[in-house]
Write a protein that binds this ligand. Structure first.
Ligand code: NDP
Length: 398
C-alpha cells in the first residue's frame, strides 16, 4: 500500500482524490493539499469515511512544499495544480527524495509557451536521486501517449502518421465556459497552430486549418488543428513519424466568445494597473467565468478522444483508431465533476498506481509513452475509461 500527496483541489484534483480513495489496496493513505484548504476539506467531506487528509500549501514555494512533504512522507506527489508550479514541485520532490507525477507540462506564467525542455532538464537529477518523474499523465497528454505506445507495441512495425482527435460534444448550458482552468485553457487554444511534418514543425495561424471529422457515436464535428504538448514528446520517442497533428472540436459560439475576449484584451497575460492595483486580464477573466469544476451538474453528452494512426505492418499499410468515449453525466454521478476533469483525473490515478505497483518505476524523467502501456490500458477499462479499437478505419487524414 502506498501513500500519495495530491496537490491541487480543482476539477481534476477532485477526480484524483475520489479515484485514489476508491482503490484502498493500492492507495493506503491520501493527502490533498492546495492553496485554499477549504476546497480540500469540501472534497474530503464529499468522499467521506475520513479517507483523505487535507493541508494548505503554496505550491510555488519550495521550502513550504518540502516541509509538507517531509512531514507527510508520501511515496509519490501527484501534481494537479497549475503548470506554473511544475518546477517548484519537482524541486521539492528532489529535496525530499520523493517521486513525482503531473498532467501538464511547465509553462512560464509570463509567456504562453508549451515545451518539455524545462522538465526534461531534470532527468539526470531524478536519475541520480533514484526517483521517478512521470510527465503528462492525464488524457491528452497522457492516455494519447499510452494509446500510441500500445499501437506501436501491438499493431505496427512502424508508425508514420498520427492524428490525435479530441471532441467534446457535451452541452453545459452556459454561453461560454472552459472545461478546465480557464487561464490555462485560453492560453492553449489561442496560441498559433503547429504540427510535425517531414522532420520539422509547421506553424499556422490560430484555428487556420479546420475540417469536419467523424467521431464514433457522435457524428461530424468541426475540428481545428491546434498545437498540443504531447506532439513534442511523441515525435521524439517515435522518430518514424512523418506527420503528427492534434485536432480539437470547438463550437461556433465558443469561437465567437474567444474572438471577442481576445479582441478586447481580456486574454492578455500582461499585467495592467486598475484602480492602483496590478491585475492580469486573463486571471480576472477566470474569476468571472464559470468554475470548470462545477460545470458538471447540468452537463450532458460525451467526449471522444483518440489516436488515428497509419503505418506499416508486415510490409503492408495498416490503419488503426483507438479511442475512449466518456459521458459527462456518468462522470458527474461518480465524482461530481464533468468528463474533462474525469478523463484527466482517472489516468493520473492510474499512473500513480503504475508507479506504486513498481510497473512504471524507472529512474529519471519520463513521458508516459516510454513505459509499458499494457498494464495501464488494462486499468483504463477497469476504472471508467474503456477504450475501443477500429482496424482498417477511414482515418480522414487528407
Ligand atoms: P483548476 O483551476 O480547477 O484547479 C487548480 C487547483 O490548483 C486549484 O485548487 C488551485 O487553488 C490550485 N493552485 C493553483 N495555484 C496554486 C499554488 N500556487 N499553490 C497551491 N495550489 C494552487 O484546474 P483544473 O483542475 O481544471 O486543472 C488542473 C491541472 O490539470 C492543470 O494543470 C491543467 O492544465 C491540467 N489538465 C490536464 C489535462 C490533460 O488531459 N492532460 C486536461 C485538463 C487539465 P485555488 O483553489 O486556491 O485556486
Amino acid at each position: 500500500m502506498g501513500k500519495v500527496l495530491i496537490i491541487g483541489a480543482g476539477g481534476v484534483g477532485t477526480v484524483v482524490a475520489h479515484k485514489v480513495s476508491s482503490v484502498p489496496d493500492v492507495f493506503g493513505d491520501v493527502m490533498l493539499a492546495s492553496r485554499t484548504k477549504s476546497k480540500c476539506d469540501a472534497i474530503a467531506a464529499s468522499i467521506g469515511s475520513n479517507r483523505v487528509r487535507t493541508a494548505q500549501v503554496d505550491a510555488g514555494n519550495v521550502p513550504e512544499l518540502a516541509a509538507l512533504i517531509r512531514d507527510y512522507q508520501p511515496d509519490l506527489v501527484i501534481n494537479v495544480a497549475l503548470p506554473y508550479q511544475d518546477l517548484t514541485i519537482m524541486d521539492a520532490c528532489l529535496e525530499t527524495g520523493v517521486s513525482y507525477l503531473d498532467t501538464a507540462n511547465y509553462e512560464p506564467e509570463d509567456e504562453a509557451k508549451f515545451e518539455y525542455k524545462w522538465q526534461w532538464a531534470y532527468h539526470e537529477r531524478f536519475k541520480a536521486a533514484g526517483l521517478t518523474a512521470i510527465l503528462g499523465c492525464g488524457f491528452d497528454p497522457g492516455v494519447t501517449g499510452v494509446f500510441t505506445a500500445y499501437a506501436v507495441k501491438h499493431h505496427f512495425d512502424e508508425i508514420h502518421y498520427l492524428d490525435i482527435v479530441d471532441c467534446n460534444a457535451g452541452e453545459h448550458g452556459h454561453p461560454f465556459a472552459t472545461n478546465f482552468n480557464p487561464e490555462i485553457n485560453i492560453r492553449e487554444v489561442t496560441q498559433k497552430g503547429k504540427y510535425w511534418e517531414n522532420g520539422k514543425w509547421i506553424y499556422t495561424q490560430p484555428h487556420e486549418i479546420h475540417k469536419p471529422l467523424n467521431y464514433p457515436g457522435i457524428g461530424f464535428r468541426e475540428s481545428y488543428l491546434i498545437y498540443h504538448e504531447e506532439l513534442e514528446s511523441l515525435v521524439k520517442h517515435f522518430p518514424t513519424l512523418k506527420c503528427a497533428r492534434f485536432w480539437m472540436t470547438f463550437g461556433q459560439e465558443y469561437l465567437t466568445h474567444l474572438r471577442v475576449i481576445q479582441n478586447i484584451g481580456m486574454a492578455s497575460i500582461t499585467p495592467v494597473t486598475y484602480q492602483g492595483m496590478e491585475i492580469v486580464p486573463i486571471q480576472f477573466l477566470k474569476a468571472v467565468l464559470p468554475n470548470p469544476g462545477e460545470l458538471g451538474a447540468n452537463y450532458t453528452g460525451w467526449t471522444s478522444i483518440g489516436c488515428r494512426i497509419k503505418g506499416s505492418k508486415n510490409g503492408k499499410e495498416h490503419t488503426y483508431y483507438v479511442y475512449n468515449n466518456c459521458s459527462h453525466e456518468a462522470a458527474y454521478r461518480e465524482t461530481g465533476t464533468q468528463a474533462v476533469s474525469y478523463t484527466t483525473g482517472v489516468p493520473a490515478m492510474i499512473g500513480a498506481m503504475m508507479y506504486l505497483k513498481g510497473l512504471w518505476k524507472q529512474q529519471g524523467v519520463f513521458n508516459v509513452e516510454q513505459f509499458n502501456p499494457d498494464p495501464f490500458m488494462e486499468q483504463l477499462n477497469i476504472h471508467g475509461l474503456p477504450w475501443h479499437e477500429v482496424h482498417h478505419a477511414d482515418l480522414e487524414m487528407d
